[in-house]
Design a protein around this ligand. Structure first.
Ligand code: SAH
Ligand code: AVI
Length: 326
């Protein structure tokens, strides 16, 4: 049996990546409050920890989105009839298999997973190639902020962004991201977006502070990345995982809080950073949406909400968007 080809385009290279990390560390750890972009969670170990999060009983997002997709995949494919499926922030692309299966029964021939996590993306590409012979795979290693315009076009496309990852952007990043996605879309193409919805605070906080401590490990992993990549000397266990819901801004905020005063040296960033006892480092936001807030965002990004698929408890939603006519 002949396998369809896997192509991998790498838009991030070793030095450039470390330069980006140094830039983010300098900007984020000098600021007040201190912060780091969530992108740095996802080294190979971080990607594995995220997969473990998706299986936690408290993390309802993944299984809810899977159930919605299982129900809607056939209709979505019948509506868009894509030849190519592009997945931004693909990770393991586990849920996407539902769309691939439905697409292959129609006229899908190409899958384009895009992710920053190179080793993990290669593994995803190889697994999919083995399971779907006949599906051409064109993997793109890139950053949402820089490389979305490098996504190659292989005919009419459905661009998907699942898992609620859009929630990890701040307002400006989200607007810019939606504008870049809009530029990928030609008439007939569509964008499928998974979003986590506003809900009861206790349920939200539990999803980001699970009883078995996997999310805490995921959060602290960013310090391990700084130790390895920049020669830093963070005492990882001296930082406590904290997740709070900011109701005013409809977002979970994940922090690492110094248990005691700390002085950390980061040689490759040429920095010494002081943490006061109890001082917080903001490592991630995860914005929660409503149908109204989303519709407004889409409109501002030149997109039109064409379909809304949710679970009976309205915990999570998949929104189908089409390019709005200018
Ligand atoms: N779509 C999957 C994975 C979500 S986790 C799901 O729904 O389960 C978020 C994914 O985005 C990870 O695979 C991570 O490596 C990727 N990612 C995070 N920051 C990124 C960035 N700046 N550019 C590209 N990919 C990024
Ligand atoms: C990838 N992203 C949508 C996850 C989220 O829920 O915001 C990342 C995550 N952080 C902690 N748990 C999961």
């Amino acid at each position: 049996m002949t396998l369809a080809p896997i192509t991998i385009a790498i838009h991030t290279f070793g030095r450039e990546l470390r330069d980006d990390l140094v830039r983010d560390v300098r900007a984020g750890l000098r600021g007040s409050p201190k912060s780091l972009p969530p992108r740095w969670f996802y080294d190979e170990h971080g990607s594995e920890l995220f997969e473990a999060i998706t299986r936690l009983p408290e993390y309802y997002q993944t299984r809810t989105e899977t159930a919605i997709l299982a129900d809607a995949a056939g209709d979505l494919i019948a509506r868009v009839r894509p030849e190519a499926l592009v997945e931004l922030g693909a990770g393991s692309a586990a849920k996407t298999r539902l769309l691939i299966e439905a697409g292959l029964r129609d006229r899908l021939s190409c899958f384009v997973p895009f992710d920053i996590s190179e080793a993990f993306l290669q593994q995803t590409a190889r697994r999919l190639a083995a399971d779907f012979p006949g599906l051409a795979i064109y993997a793109v290693v890139g950053d949402f902020a820089m490389h979305v315009d490098r996504v190659p076009r292989h005919g009419r496309q459905l661009v998907v962004f699942l898992g609620g990852t859009i929630g990890n952007f701040d307002d400006r990043q989200r607007r810019e991201f939606l504008r870049r996605v809009r530029q990928l879309l030609q008439p007939g193409d569509a964008f499928l977006l998974g979003v986590d919805l506003v809900k009861d605070e206790a349920e939200l906080v539990a999803a980001y502070d699970d009883a078995s401590g996997v999310t805490a490990q995921f959060n602290r992993n960013v310090l391990r990345v700084l130790n390895r990549e920049l020669g830093a000397d963070f005492d990882v266990d001296a930082f406590e995982h904290v997740a709070v819901y900011n109701a005013e801004r409809s977002r979970i905020e994940m922090h690492l809080r110094a248990r005691a005063g700390q002085r950390v040296t980061i040689p490759l960033a040429e920095m010494v950073v002081e943490f006061a006892a109890g001082e917080s480092l903001l490592t991630e936001i995860s914005v929660k949406f409503t149908r109204d807030s989303l519709e407004r965002e889409m409109e501002a990004g030149g997109l039109r909400l064409a379909g809304w698929h949710s679970d009976p408890r309205e915990r999570f939603a998949l929104c189908l968007c089409e390019p709005a006519m200018d």
